[in-house]
Ligand binder design. Structure first.
Ligand code: C2E
Ligand code: CA
Ligand code: CA
Ligand code: CA
Length: 276
């Protein structure tokens, strides 16, 4: 039994080692990915629930790895956060997305995801304001999506950052709402303009149980009384869309209206967007 245990131990060690070096290889690849032009930004339409007009797009980063093909941001964003690359990648996404948005009609918004680490970077306000100045995009068109992770990674400057970003005139959205802890406290604390209702409440809401629709209804009531917009993420079916509308959610994002597309295609969609 001892021998078998030792063998097992060796086996685990070997696989742990290959996992670690695999990670190391990926990290090195990611380090060079921007310079090699392997990263690009996709844009997914965000649509008004009532009229189906395109109101804006969410910027979603993509990585085409030369050997491994497409790698999901669910995989490489956490890696970037752990190995100190998120600042560089995040700034690149911000600048690329604002550059793209500068080619759209002035009424069309651009939403950008900020990692908690980026948000708590003491230079974040300067980074955002520089990108806005450089691209000439009206600040109120820019919506920064942050998660509750911001508060968990809270630094001395978190409250100040909220105030300064609002002073710049950008909008703030609370992303993945409902999936973390004590979200209500965060709503009280920070001046959000929009709540993004997590896909886990949205997808299949019409067919599964009434629980999801009760939760969505409660979020909408809360958001309305705090004068915030709502966006339902991950709407794929007409049944879910109809329910979302009935529940009074103001914006919709999901494959039913469009998948994330590349810049050129987003530009065409944006040009067709109704100016409101
Ligand atoms: P997220 O911010 O919640 O973004 C929404 C995700 O849901 C996107 O996945 C989008 O493609 C997907 N989605 C939208 N509608 C539907 C739908 O109807 N059905 C389904 N099945 N999926 C839908 P994506 O692009 O793979 O991004 C995953 C996550 O990676 C994002 O979740 C976000 O947390 C992170 N991420 C992506 N781009 C960036 C970025 O530039 N910076 C940071 N910090 N994080 C990013
Ligand atoms: Ca998001
Ligand atoms: Ca989300
Ligand atoms: Ca998510």
């Amino acid at each position: 039994a001892k021998g078998a245990g030792r063998g097992k131990h060796c086996f685990y060690e070997a696989s742990m080692h290959s996992e670690a070096s695999d990670r190391q290889v990926l990290e090195n690849d990611l380090r060079q990915a921007i310079d090699k032009g392997e990263l690009w930004v996709a844009y997914q339409p965000i649509v008004s629930a009532a009229g189906e007009d395109v109101c804006g797009f969410e910027a979603l980063v993509r990585w085409n790895h030369p050997l491994r093909g497409k790698i999901s941001p669910e995989k490489f964003i956490p890696l970037a956060e752990e190995c100190g690359l998120i600042g560089r990648i995040g700034t690149w996404v911000l600048e690329t997305a604002l550059e793209e948005a500068s080619k759209w009609p002035d009424s069309v918004r651009i939403a950008i995801n900020l990692s908690p680490i980026q948000f708590n970077d003491p230079n974040i306000v300067e980074i955002v304001s520089n990108a806005i100045a450089r691209t000439n995009v009206r600040a109120s068109r820019v919506e920064l999506e942050i998660t509750e992770g911001v508060f968990l990674a809270e630094g001395d400057t978190t409250d100040e950052t909220f105030a300064k970003l609002k002073d710049l005139g950008v909008r703030l959205a609370l992303d993945d709402f409902g999936t973390g802890y004590s979200s209500l406290g965060y709503l009280k604390k920070a001046p959000f303009d929009k709540i993004k209702i997590d896909q886990s409440f949205v997808r299949g809401a019409a067919s599964t149980t009434s629980r999801n629709s009760a939760i969505i209804r409660a979020i909408v009531t809360l958001a309305e009384s705090l004068q915030m917009d709502t966006c339902a993420e991950g709407v794929e079916t007409h049944d879910d869309l109809q329910l979302i509308r009935e529940l009074g959610v103001s914006h919709v994002q999901g494959f039913i209206f469009g998948r994330p597309v590349e810049g050129l295609e987003a530009r065409e969609l944006a040009a067709k967007a109704v100016v409101v």
